[in-house]
Design a protein around this ligand. Structure first.
Ligand code: NYM
Length: 212
């Protein structure tokens, strides 16, 4: 991405446990950014509409079984198939707000125990590195109270506790941990401020490669 130095969009990722409010916050953030004159676009992983995404969807809703390795690689492939779209948006100066990315890919797979960190990381290496990761943090016991929790694979308390620890082990300098156990608008305001700071800082900076 060496030629992407001029005015470009920022790659902003929102991460966190199931039902913490990532999708609502991401959608809200896109709207707020647009109102302030920053071109913005929502994107989410898994993107279930592609052929790979359909297989992921069937796995998550338990209509299909797959080995832990196979589903891990499908989640990764689902990101790689959208890299051209990501790069085009950033080049066009559109800021992307992405609901989950490789950090979910790592945190969930590694929580299964059978898979280790370095094996899981391999296929993620080289994806566009986010300029900012907003980690919506909450204690998992606060999630089980929420209505939709428990319907798909991975949505149980013990597993979410492991996922939270594995997310934290991935923290890097471009991460910001946001306390998500607060009213929606307060969390949203923190996300907006962090996003704008990042958007203003990216022009002239290349898009880096993740874990490369
Ligand atoms: N998930 C999501 C993974 O295990 N690996 C990944 O790479 C991604 C992007 O999919 N429980 C898991 C986390 C969620 C599930 O995500 C579906 P969502 O955001 O609920 O559609």
């Amino acid at each position: 991405f060496a030629n992407m130095l001029a005015k470009r969009g920022a790659l902003i990722v929102i991460e966190g446990l199931d039902q913490v409010g990532k999708t609502s916050q991401a959608t809200n953030l896109v709207e707020k950014l647009k109102q302030l004159g920053h071109p913005a676009q929502f994107m989410g992983f898994p993107e279930r509409s592609t052929p790979v995404g359909k297989m992921i969807g069937e796995y998550l809703t338990r209509s299909k079984d797959l080995s832990d390795e196979a589903i891990h690689l499908l989640f990764t492939a689902n990101r790689w198939e959208l890299v051209p779209v990501i790069k085009q948006h950033l080049r066009d100066g559109t800021n992307l707000v992405v609901d989950r990315y490789s950090f979910s890919g790592m945190a969930y797979s590694v929580s299964k125990k059978g898979l280790n960190m370095s094996w899981c990381k391999g296929p993620e290496v080289g994806l566009p590195r986010p300029d900012l990761v907003l980690f919506l943090d909450i204690h998992p016991s606060r999630l089980t109270e929420r209505e939709a929790f428990g319907q798909e694979r991975y949505e149980d308390l013990k597993f979410q506790e492991a996922v939270r620890e594995n997310f934290k082990a991935l923290t890097e300098d471009y991460w910001q941990v946001v306390n998500a156990d607060r009213p929606f608008s307060e969390v949203g305001q923190d996300l907006l401020e962090a996003a704008i700071r990042t958007i203003e800082s990216v022009p002239g900076k290349p898009v880096l490669r993740l874990w490369a």
